[in-house]
Design a protein around this ligand. Structure first.
Ligand code: CTP
Length: 420
């Protein structure tokens, strides 16, 4: 069990943090909530106390003998501030310690994840941009707000990402606290990344299809991490079970043919192309425009009780063949192997066949990985040993991005600054 300190600043999105606290406690963490006085105007103290099971204070004078800011800062394995207002960002950036939350942030050595939420104009104001850059320079992870409907009639960047997504980021930073520096450094800033995800469906008729059991969780984790590391991300999703993370462009597709089209549009403009989608290798040679009836009509639509299949285009091989200099192409392979030696052999052969730079292979014998939260993958390169990662999909996703980044040509015309 980890101790997570949830800081809440005074914005309307404070209500969403109730769900975040719920998720974190449900995951087995000991959660301490530290709201600002302004936050309590949106969500009252009893709510935070009931959800966390702990007393809630806002000021450093509320429990003087307990020296609460130091104690809370020391006990925390992770600090998550959600929402962080423009005012809170500014106070943290200048090292203020004028309430329990800012004093605790100053006193902690744990990773700090900050999720700002405010009106777009405030988020884009140079003062806020500077404060965000300062926080990132100091190793604080600032999650860009989601784009969408804001309080009032306006839309734009400024929404607090969904609690589920914040909880996933929190889980990742608890699993790998060192990653906080990497996320803060925005090391994929200025890079464009396209990730295909999920599993394609090949239509037999308007209601039936040939498909597979890919959940899209790996692609989701890759997209989330690439965006958190500063990349501009497009997620091409085929029938996924999880919503697209905030801060990514999303394209929905269905079949391998759609995939081929979407990737040929998007891949040329990207620095990193990741094919995490489980694409069908074969599709019905003919798809009926009307529902196939059990007792009639097969012949009318040219389909018998046998389904004739035609091979689909190999999208990854085609992207690899047409890649431009400096692009990094990553393929995935789910294999059933009798042992690790055979798994790596299959992966090396597939890497060569597809012509990609990296192949992420996992063993799916007896349903080991499909649809599961955790994974066990090996990233195989054209040269050198593979890198094995066991843990959450988000941890594996980060390792895949590390490997891809190490192969990227240096960016042209992008500053090394943490802000893009
Ligand atoms: N892939 C693709 N186009 C296809 C099929 C697969 O781009 N028509 C991509 C997948 O997204 C994945 C990689 O190729 O990144 C490997 O997929 P896999 O199905 O393992 O490849 P196959 O060549 O079909 O190998 P196998 O014969 O083992 O199924």
């Amino acid at each position: 069990m980890s101790t997570v300190l949830v800081g809440v600043a005074g914005g309307i999105a404070a209500y969403k943090s109730c769900y975040l606290v719920r998720r974190l406690t449900a995951a087995g963490h000991d959660v301490r909530v530290v709201p600002t006085e302004a936050a309590l105007r949106f969500v009252g103290r009893p709510t935070w106390e009931a959800l966390s099971g702990h007393p809630v204070h806002t000021g450093v004078f509320d429990d003087v003998p307990g020296v609460e800011h130091v104690r809370l800062g020391e006990q925390a394995d992770l600090v998550v501030v959600a929402p962080a207002t423009a005012d809170l960002l500014s106070r943290v950036a200048c090292g203020a310690a004028d309430d329990l939350l800012t004093a605790t942030i100053l006193a902690t050595r744990a990773p700090v994840l900050v999720a700002p939420a405010m009106h777009t104009a405030m988020w884009q104001n140079p003062a806020t941009r500077d404060n965000v850059a300062t926080l990132r320079r100091r190793g604080i992870v600032v999650k860009d707000p989601a784009v969408g409907r804001l309080t009032g009639p306006d839309s734009g960047p400024g929404r607090l990402p969904e609690p589920e997504e914040l909880a996933e980021m929190a889980a990742f930073l608890l699993e790998d606290p060192q990653a906080a520096h990497q996320l803060a450094a925005q090391d994929l800033s200025g890079r464009r990344v396209v990730i295909s995800s999920g599993g394609t469906r090949e239509a037999l008729d308007p209601v039936r299809y040939l498909g597979n059991s890919s959940s899209g969780r790996m692609g989701h984790a890759l997209a989330q991490l690439a965006a958190a590391r500063g990349a501009h991300v497009t997620l091409v999703s085929a029938h996924v079970e999880v919503p697209a993370p905030s801060c990514v462009d999303s394209v929905q597709i269905s079949s391998t043919e759609d995939l081929a089209q979407a990737m040929s549009d998007l891949a040329p403009g990207c620095d990193i192309v990741v094919m995490a989608v489980a694409a069908a290798d074969f599709a019905p040679a003919a798809s009926s425009p009307v529902k196939i009836k059990k007792h009639e009509g097969h012949d009318a639509v040219g389909l018998g009780t046998r389904i004739d299949l035609a091979q689909t285009p190999d999208v990854l091989a085609s992207i690899s063949a047409h890649r431009r200099d400096g692009q990094v192409i990553v393929g995935f392979a789910a294999e059933t192997a009798s042992d690790r030696g055979e798994l790596l052999q299959l992966a090396t052969a597939k890497l060569a066949r597809k012509g990609c730079d990296l192949l992420v292979v996992n063993d799916v014998s007896a349903g080991k990985v499909f649809g599961k939260v955790d994974t066990d993958v090996t990233v195989v390169r054209q040269q050198g040993p593979g890198r094995r990662v066991m843990g959450s999909k988000i941890l594996a996703a980060n390792a895949v991005l590390d490997e891809a980044r190490s192969l990227l040509a240096p960016a042209i015309g992008t500053a090394d600054s943490p802000e893009s």
